[in-house]
Design a protein around this ligand. Sequence first.
Ligand SMILES: Cc1cc2nc3c(=O)[nH]c(=O)nc-3n(C[C@H](O)[C@H](O)[C@H](O)COP(=O)(O)OP(=O)(O)OC[C@H]3O[C@@H](n4cnc5c(N)ncnc54)[C@H](O)[C@@H]3O)c2cc1C
Length: 456
Amino acid sequence: MNTQTTDILVIGGGPAAMVLATTALENYPDKKITIVKIEKIGQVPCGIPYVFGTTLGSSDKNAMACGGVIVEMIDIKVDKIVKVDFKTKTAFGLENTIVYDKLVFATGSIPFVHESLSHTLDHENVFTISKYKDDIDKVKNYIEDKKRIIIIGTGFIGVEMAIELKSIGKDVTIIGGKNILVNSFDTDLAIQGEDIMRDLGINLSLGQHASNVIENDNLATAIELCDGTIIEGDAIILCTGYKPNTVLAEESGLKDTMYGGIWVDEYMKTTQKDVFAIGDCSGRRDSITRNPSKVMLASTSAAEARVAANSLYGLKYLKGFSGTIAIFSTMIGNRAFASAGVTEAQAKKENIDYVVGSFESMNRHPGTMPDASKQFIKLIALRSSGQIIGGQIVGDKEAGEIINIIGLTIESQLTAHHLISLQVATQPVLTPAPTTYPLIKAAQNILLNKSACHTK
Ligand SMILES: Cc1cc2nc3c(=O)[nH]c(=O)nc-3n(C[C@H](O)[C@H](O)[C@H](O)COP(=O)(O)OP(=O)(O)OC[C@H]3O[C@@H](n4cnc5c(N)ncnc54)[C@H](O)[C@@H]3O)c2cc1C
């Protein structure tokens, strides 16, 4: 057993660990930083669905780049930490024993399968989507000569998997809730995505949960839905969410939150002195409702890593955000779908007194420009103040950046009043017209709808 000492020990090799290590190196160049991770070469987790179709086509093309020269200054070990003793500040791996000064858990998340379906994983043709290359390649190799693929779960990963598998000619059926992407989009936007998926030739089986798995020998041959419909398949992929990977933290004595993430304060400190937790393994709250949040995102993980890394040895900057704003984007066919903050459905459920403003126009001006297409923006604001608490976009690829403006608006607690006087750069080949800029017009409509309600 190899025993070493380090100043900062990070357990994990995902986005949170990498951002923590590189930011810590920038802040504390004299400190020794050690990362311990299980996999030799990590995958870009967000790129995994694209390994399965024509977009990337191979896990070799989805290897995680580790940040170049700066990473050469970090001690990276491939090992699994199996025990941590907080009293002696020692982490025990299978091959290494490491004595640390500061410890950061960045152990991420693992696929979640509801107990009603967990037994199906015993079948050789039922899979989850793990973040490890070997697991990904196993699924890819298995389905290579199979035709009918059933995907259970209509969140982002299920939808992206369905589209990619369709792109290589599979007969894909996706089973899920009432609408796709239900946690991020209201029905009016989700159905646009559903129509595109149907046009692509994907079979959507919505509003009917899987009630039974029909088995033959070691294979799952079909899914029976609640209404008795039988869907036959050659392979089944469960895209039913992820859960924080906290086994090591729990066994070491750290406290968990409601959804199982490691309890942390605003600066990502755990209940143990000198021990932090960041990324998907940490407990999160929704920034608007303050409810415990199950949202797991690489971008949020990276933000948490920066917060922790900047203040490992004492508070340096105040934390700029408090809670996840659930900010996502994806492509369905040639349309981008992006969402941030609460949806209208969530606002209703949480009894929030809200008002909606939306607007659609072309993303270039004049709208006859060669690559012009429609851009629809919906904003949700508190009725009392006009503070923006949510936004959804369907448009071209620039929706992926416009949603980040909406995210900043939400995090900065800006209102529709701020947005209507926003000065934006507009240019015919790049943006919508200044006269009908959807983000500003949607904000204007919030104020009109808000005052219309008050004058009723
Ligand atoms: C298919 C897919 C698509 C996604 N798409 C998006 C997207 O488009 N946008 C987005 O923002 N997010 C996306 N996500 C979510 C995103 O990938 C996660 O939020 C992110 O990976 C979390 O990063 P992390 O570093 O906290 O944990 P992880 O990426 O889960 O990494 C955990 C790390 O800890 C290591 N580890 C665990 N236990 C130990 C141990 N005992 N010893 C040593 N090492 C250990 C693992 O080996 C791994 O390196 C997607 C996720 C998946 C699965």
